[in-house]
Write a protein that binds this ligand. Structure first.
Ligand code: ADP
Ligand code: MG
Ligand code: MG
Length: 252
């Protein structure tokens, strides 16, 4: 589904990603871990197509298409979803209107009929249950005054509505209390299918107690320096990142 080859990216002339290689197949969950500042959010942003990053080398193909050639909007329509990519607060725009527009754009792109108000509401109620979300939230402006936990739920809810092929969740666990963590993780787990894939970017092992990854990768200094299974996440929790840094530096 997603194939990243030797990806290099810079911001304001500073190289951040220094040769990322990653293969993600349908049905898989990949966790990307790593110390602060290693480039995890940069990778997520580059995949979503944020414009402040300059791609200096490498290739990314998504479902056989050159992802780097697509605008952020077309990436979203192709089924790439980055939690956090949607604006944090838009005063005066209710989540409902925002979402209906987004969902119908995706449907149009896929050649499907737009959902009328009734069908949309039915779908919305079904997906709100998935994240145990209070329906009152929908009449509030998008994310305006949402608590940290509500914002995260809203992201997973948006994800459920858009049914992406590839979801990228960046630090979805930061600021989540244990209930919100469980709800968000449940949502992600229930949305998992053989046809979609998820990349979970996280600093903390504890999220991976809930979202069980098929693969865990350690990003350090702009490269994936180690890959393994969920056991690797447990090892990182126990031993920290220093041993990985030592391994990398002794091989250099
Ligand atoms: P992580 O998510 O792994 O903590 P980031 O991808 O956020 O790491 O950042 C990687 C590096 O890129 C850091 O050194 C950070 O300071 C730098 N960086 C990220 N965004 C910017 C930016 N907009 N301008 C300048 N430097 C940035
Ligand atoms: Mg960070
Ligand atoms: Mg980050």
């Amino acid at each position: 589904m997603l194939s990243i080859k030797n990806l290099h990216a810079s911001i304001e002339g500073t190289p951040i990603l220094r040769g990322i290689n990653l293969e993600v197949k349908a049905g898989e969950v990949h966790a990307i871990m790593g110390p602060n500042g290693s480039g995890k959010s940069t990778l997520a942003s580059v995949l979503a197509g944020r414009e402040e990053y300059e791609i200096t080398a490498g290739e990314v193909s998504f479902k056989g298409k050159d992802l780097l050639d697509l605008s952020p909007e077309d990436r979203a329509r192709e089924g790439v979803f980055l939690a956090f990519q949607y604006p944090v607060e838009i005063p005066g725009v209710s989540s409902t209107n925002f979402l209906r527009t987004a969902v119908n754009q995706v449907r149009e792109y896929r050649g499907e009929d737009p959902l009328d108000a009734v069908k949309f509401l039915t779908l919305m109620k079904e997906k709100m249950k998935l994240v145990e979300m209070d329906q009152k939230l929908l009449s509030r402006a998008l994310n305006e005054g949402f608590s940290g936990g509500e914002k995260k739920r809203n992201e997973i809810f948006q994800m459920a509505m858009l049914a992406p092929t590839l979801s990228i969740l960046d630090e979805t666990d930061s600021g989540l209390d244990i209930d919100a963590l469980r709800i968000v993780s449940n949502g992600v787990n229930q949305l998992k299918s053989k046809d979609n894939a998820t990349i979970v970017v996280t600093h903390y092992q504890r999220l991976l107690d809930y979202i069980i990854p098929d693969f865990v990768h350690v990003l350090y200094n702009g490269q994936i320096v180690k890959s393994g299974t969920k056991e690797l996440a447990l090892e990182l929790e126990e031993k920290g990142y220093d041993w990985i840094k030592d391994e990398v530096n002794s091989n250099a």
